[in-house]
Design a protein around this ligand. Structure first.
Ligand SMILES: *[C@@H]1O[C@H](CO)[C@@H](O)[C@H](O)[C@H]1NC(C)=O
Ligand SMILES: *[C@@H]1O[C@H](CO)[C@@H](O)[C@H](O)[C@H]1NC(C)=O
Ligand SMILES: *[C@@H]1O[C@H](CO)[C@@H](O)[C@H](O)[C@H]1NC(C)=O
Ligand SMILES: *[C@@H]1O[C@H](CO)[C@@H](O)[C@H](O)[C@H]1NC(C)=O
Ligand SMILES: *[C@@H]1O[C@H](CO)[C@@H](O)[C@H](O)[C@H]1NC(C)=O
Ligand SMILES: *[C@@H]1O[C@H](CO)[C@@H](O)[C@H](O)[C@H]1NC(C)=O
Ligand SMILES: *[C@@H]1O[C@H](CO)[C@@H](O)[C@H](O)[C@H]1NC(C)=O
Length: 792
C-alpha cells in the first residue's frame, strides 16, 4: 500500500475576532479544508481555512483525490464539509507544531459523493503513536441513534520534542478513507493532562489518578449545564463547542435553571484560569429546585452513552452566582459517578472561596465492558444541616482516555442499531424518559410473576444445585472430582503433602484414581474473598484455556463448602528452583532461552489468543513451572483479570496484587493494569534468568537490591556482562546476548506504551535463540546438552 509522507507547511493564524479577543491565543492554529481548491473562510466568524487541493505536487503520486459532496443538508455548512479528500491508500499528513498538548479535530460529512459508496468506507486514523479510529465508518456512526448529518471528532494529543503531528489515514482492505477538514489548536499545558498529581480522584477508591501527558484524550461530551449551546468562536480561545444539557437529563426530574444574574462578574483565579471555560458557562447552572422535600427524594442525574472498556475523565464545573449564596454550608451536596460516591459534601463556596468564583473538579472513572453509560448524579447532603437541601452544576466535560496501547478506537455501532431511514433526530432525553415509563409499567406486571417464579425455582434448585453447578462448566474439558477422592489423594489434607502455600490457600501433591499423572490440588481458603461466584467464573474461564505453555485445570471439587482446583503436577518444579539457591545442575543457556520462549508464548496466549484478554498480574519465576520435558507452563493465572481492571474496595496493602520486585511501576502509580504490566514483570524474569539472582536481594548494596533497576544501570554502563550468571560466562554468543538484553531492557521501560507487546517479545526471543544456534554451528559447540534439551 502506498505510504506517503507529505509535509504540509501551514502558516499560523491568530484568531481575528471582531469584538473582544478571547483570553487564550493558541500558538498553533491550523485549519485545513480537505479537497478544497482555494482558501476560504467559514461561516463561523470567518475562520480562515487553507485549501488542500489536488493540483499541489504533494499529491502527484498518491492515490488520493478530492471530491465534492452531491448534496448539503440544511444544517451543514459549506466549509469544511462540502469538499472531501478521498484516500485509496495510506496517507500521512505531517503538521509542524510546537511541543505541548493540541486539540486535533477531524470533520466528516458521510453523504453522497459522485462515484463513491460511503457505506463502504472503513478506515483507521492514527496521530503520532495513538490510534484514534480503527476500521471507522463515518456512515455507521452518523446514522446511529440519534442521527447526525456530520461528525466532529475531537482529540487531545501532546506533541513532544519531535514537534510534528503526523495524522495518518489508512483505509481498511478494499475500502477507502476520507476527510473533510482537519483542525489543530494548541491549548495551555496542564489544562487536562499533566496536572499536578493529587488533583484527580479515581472514583470508588481513595487513590489519585495520574493523568500524564502521554495519555491521549477523546472528547466524549462537553456540556453547558442549564444554559445554551456555546459556539466554538465563543469559547475561551480553543474553539471548543459546548452543548445544552437537556438531552442528557435522566428521568422527568429536570431541576431548575436559576435566572441569569445580570450583575455577576465571573472572578477567575489561579486555580481556575480565565481560559478554563468561557464566562457564559459559569453564568448558567442547573439546580435541584426550591423544595427541600422534593430534592431529598430524587437525584439530579445526567446519563451519557459511552464506549465501554475505557477510563473516562469527568470534569465538573461549578460557580455560585445567585446573590443569596455567599457563605459556606448553604448548599452542600454529594456527587455520584456511575453510582459510586465521587464526593461527599461538595460545597461550591467552600471550595471556590466565594460567590462568582468558578472552580472545577476532575474525576476518573473506569467503565467496564458490561456498561455503556456514564452517570453523573447529584443529591443534597444533609449531615451538616446546610441552609438549602439542593445541588448545583454549571458545566461538564467527559473525555475518553487512551488505553494501555495508546488506542482510543471503539467498534462502530452495529448496523442493526442504525436507523438510516430515521430522518428526524430523536432527542436522547425524551427517549430515556419514554423508556423509563415503559419500564416502570412493565415492571409492575413482571415483578410479581418473577417473584413467583423465583420461589418455585429456589425450591427446585436446592435439590439440584450440585447438578446445575456441574452443568455450568464447559463440558468435558474439566471434570468434577469428588471430595472423597481428594481426601484420599491428600491423605485428609496432610501437611506433609503440601507443595505450595499462598494467600489463596495450600497446594497439595497427590494421585487421584482415574487420572494417570500426578496432580496438584489447590484448596482455596474459604476465608479468602473469593466467593462462590468467582470460583465458578474462574473454572469457566480456566477450563477454556488449553495451551501447551499454560498449566491446565484438570478438575474441580465443591462439596461441603470446599472450593478445590486440580491441576497437572509439574515434576520439575519452578523455574526459580533451577536458577539459584539450589543444588540442581544449572540450566544451559539454550534451554533457558527455550523456557523463556515457552513462557512468552503462554503469556501471549493469555493476552491475545484466549477467549478473553487475560492479564496474569503475577509473572515471576516461581509461577513458571516445568514439566517432565522441561516445557515451561505459566501457572497461577487463576486470579488474573480480564481486560484492564481496577481492584475495587481493597485496602492498599493488598490492593496491588503482584510481587515486589516484579511489579510494573506504572501499575503501581496509576492502578491501571494492562498487558504491559505482565511485559514488565517478564522483563524482570529475563534478567533473573540471565543473571541467576533473585528479583529482590536485600543482602546486596542498596543500588543492587532490585534486579530491574540494577540490570538497567548495568545495561546503561555497558557492564551487563559482569552480572551474567558465572556459569554462562563465555557460553552466550555475543549477538544473542545483545538481542536478549535489548528485549529485557525494553520490557522494563518505565512507560507501558513504550514496552513491546508480548508478541514482539516472543518474536525477538526466537530470533535470539536463532542467533545462538547460528553462532554455535559456526563455532564450536559450547553449550552442554541437558537432560532433554530439545523440547520447548
Ligand atoms: C513522488 O514522485 C516524485 C517524482 O514525481 C519522486 O521524486 C518522489 O520520490 C515520489 N515520492 C514517493 C513517496 O513515491
Ligand atoms: C492559502 O493560504 C496559505 C496560508 O495563508 C498560503 O500559503 C497559500 O498560498 C494560500 N493558497 C491559495 C491557493 O491562495
Ligand atoms: C510531559 O510531561 C513531562 C513530565 O511528566 C514533561 O517533562 C514534559 O515536558 C511534558 N511534555 C510536553 C510536551 O509537555
Ligand atoms: C470493519 O467493520 C465492518 C463492519 O463493522 C466489518 O464488516 C469488517 O469486517 C471490518 N473490517 C476489519 C478489517 O476489521
Ligand atoms: C446591579 O447593579 C446596578 C448598578 O450597577 C444596580 O443598580 C442594581 O440594583 C443591581 N442589581 C442587582 C439585582 O443587584
Ligand atoms: C446506576 O443505577 C441505576 C439505577 O439503579 C441503574 O439503572 C444504572 O444502570 C446504574 N448505572 C451504572 C453505570 O451502573
Ligand atoms: C442517588 O444515587 C445514588 C448512587 O447511585 C443512590 O445510592 C441513591 O439511592 C440515589 N438516591 C435517590 C433518591 O435516588
Amino acid at each position: 500500500m502506498l505510504f506517503l509522507i507529505i509535509i504540509v507547511f501551514l502558516s499560523l493564524f491568530s484568531s481575528a475576532s471582531t469584538t473582544s479577543s478571547p483570553p487564550y491565543t493558541p500558538t498553533d492554529y491550523i485549519l485545513l479544508n480537505s479537497g478544497a481548491s482555494s482558501n476560504t473562510t467559514s461561516d463561523d466568524e470567518g475562520r480562515h481555512w487553507v485549501a488542500d487541493a489536488d493540483g499541489d505536487d504533494r499529491y502527484s503520486n498518491t492515490s488520493s483525490f478530492s471530491s465534492i459532496a452531491s448534496y448539503l443538508e440544511p444544517s451543514v455548512t459549506e466549509v469544511p464539509y462540502m469538499t472531501a479528500r478521498i484516500f485509496h491508500g495510506d496517507f500521512t499528513y505531517k503538521f509542524p507544531v510546537s511541543p505541548g498538548p493540541k486539540f486535533l479535530r477531524l470533520y466528516f460529512y458521510p453523504n453522497q459523493y459522485p462515484g463513491l459508496d460511503m457505506t463502504a468506507s472503513f478506515f483507521s486514523v492514527t496521530a503520532n503513536k495513538y490510534t484514534l479510529l480503527s476500521n471507522f465508518s463515518a456512515y455507521l456512526v452518523s446514522s446511529a441513534s440519534p442521527p447526525q448529518a456530520f461528525i466532529v471528532k475531537e482529540f487531545v494529543i501532546t506533541v513532544g520534542t519531535e514537534q510534528m503531528l503526523h495524522v495518518t489515514f489508512a483505509p481498511s482492505p478494499n475500502s477507502f478513507a476520507f476527510i473533510n477538514g482537519i483542525e489543530i489548536v494548541s491549548m495551555p499545558a496542564n489544562l487536562y493532562t499533566g496536572q499536578t498529581y493529587g488533583s484527580i480522584l479515581l472514583v470508588d477508591t481513595n487513590y489519585f489518578f495520574e493523568l500524564e501527558n502521554t495519555t491521549a484524550l477523546e472528547t466524549a461530551y462537553r456540556v453547558n449545564v442549564g444554559g445554551r449551546d456555546i459556539l466554538n468562536v465563543d469559547d475561551s480561545g480553543m474553539f471548543r463547542t459546548w452543548s445544552q444539557d437537556g438531552d442528557y437529563i435522566f428521568g422527568a426530574a429536570f431541576g431548575v435553571t436559576p435566572p441569569y444574574q445580570p450583575n455577576t462578574t465571573i472572578k477567575y483565579t489561579e486555580a481556575t484560569p480565565v481560559y478554563t471555560a468561557p464566562e457564559v458557562l459559569y453564568e448558567t447552572a442547573r439546580t435541584m429546585g426550591p423544595i427541600a422535600s422534593i430534592n431529598l427524594n430524587y437525584n439530579l442525574t445526567w446519563v451519557f452513552t459511552v464506549d465501554p472498556g475505557f477510563y473516562y475523565l469527568v470534569r465538573l464545573h461549578f460557580c455560585e452566582t445567585e446573590t443569596f449564596l455567599q457563605y459556606i454550608n448553604q448548599r452542600v451536596f454529594n456527587i455520584f459517578i456511575n453510582n459510586h460516591t465521587a464526593v461527599k459534601g461538595m460545597d461550591v463556596i467552600g471550595v471556590s472561596g466565594g460567590n462568582g468564583i468558578p472552580v472545577y473538579k476532575d474525576y476518573v472513572v473506569w467503565v467496564p465492558q458490561s456498561v455503556n453509560d456514564l452517570w453523573v448524579a447529584l443529591h443534597p447532603q444533609t449531615r451538616e444541616k446546610p441552609q438549602f437541601y439542593d445541588a448545583i452544576l454549571n458545566g461538564l466535560e467527559i473525555f475518553k482516555l487512551s488505553n494501555w496501547d495508546g488506542s482510543l478506537a471503539a467498534p462502530n455501532p452495529r448496523p442493526e442499531t442504525v436507523r438510516s431511514t430515521q430522518k428526524h433526530s430523536e432527542k436522547k432525553g425524551k427517549f430515556l424518559k419514554q423508556k423509563s415509563v415503559i419500564v416502570g409499567a412493565t415492571l409492575s406486571i413482571i415483578v410479581p410473576m418473577v417473584l413467583i417464579f423465583v420461589f418455585w425455582l429456589r425450591k427446585h434448585l436446592l435439590r439440584t444445585t450440585e447438578a446445575l453447578n456441574r452443568r455450568k462448566v464447559s463440558p468435558s474439558l474439566c471434570k468434577h472430582i469428588s471430595l472423597a477422592d481428594i481426601l484420599t489423594a491428600t491423605n485428609n489434607f496432610d501437611d506433609a503433602l503440601i507443595v505450595g502455600r499462598g494467600g489463596f490457600g495450600n497446594v497439595y501433591r497427590g494421585r487421584i484414581p482415574g487420572i494417570q499423572h500426578e496432580v496438584a490440588i489447590k484448596r482455596l481458603n474459604s476465608k479468602s474473598h473469593q466467593g462462590e461466584n468467582e470460583f465458578w467464573a474462574e473454572i469457566e474461564m480456566l477450563s477454556q484455556l488449553r495451551y501447551i505453555n499454560l498449566v491446565s485445570l484438570i478438575g474441580y471439587c465443591n462439596e461441603n463448602n470446599e472450593m478445590i482446583l486440580v491441576y497437572g503436577y509439574m515434576v520439575n518444579g519452578t523455574l526459580r528452583d533451577h536458577l539459584y539457591n539450589n543444588d540442581s545442575i544449572p540450566l544451559p543457556w539454550k534451554q533457558r532461552l527455550r523456557i523463556c520462549i515457552g513462557t512468552a508464548r503462554g503469556l501471549e496466549y493469555l493476552h491475545s489468543g484466549a477467549v478473553q484478554r487475560i492479564i496474569h498480574r503475577d509473572v515471576k519465576t516461581t509461577n513458571i513451572l516445568l514439566d517432565e520435558a522441561w516445557v515451561a507452563k505459566v501457572s497461577d493465572f487463576g486470579l488474573s483479570k480480564t481486560g484492564p481492571v481496577l481492584m475495587e474496595n481493597v485496602p492498599i496493602t493488598t490492593m496491588v496484587k503482584g510481587t515486589f520486585g516484579y511489579m510494573d511501576p506504572e501499575y503501581y502509580r496509576r492502578l491501571q493494569l494492562t498487558e504491559k504490566s505482565d511485559v514488565y514483570s517478564f522483563g524482570v524474569v529475563l534478567f533473573e534468568v540471565l543473571c541467576a539472582r533473585p528479583a529482590v536481594d536485600t543482602r546486596l548494596k542498596e543500588d543492587q537490591i532490585g534486579l530491574a533497576g540494577w540490570a538497567l544501570k548495568c545495561v546503561e554502563n555497558e557492564t551487563i556482562e559482569q552480572i551474567v550468571d558465572p556459569y554462562l560466562q563465555g557460553k552466550i554468543a555475543a549477538e544473542c546476548l545483545r538481542v536478549y538484553v535489548e528485549i529485557a531492557k525494553n520490557c522494563l521501560h518505565d512507560a507501558g506504551v513504550e514496552r513491546p507487546k508480548m508478541r514482539d517479545v516472543l518474536r525477538m526471543l526466537e530470533f535470539a535463540l536463532q542467533l545462538q544456534e547460528t553462532a554455535e554451528t559456526k563455532h564450536t559447540v559450547i553449550d552442554r546438552p541437558h537432560a532433554i534439551d530439545d523440547v520447548v
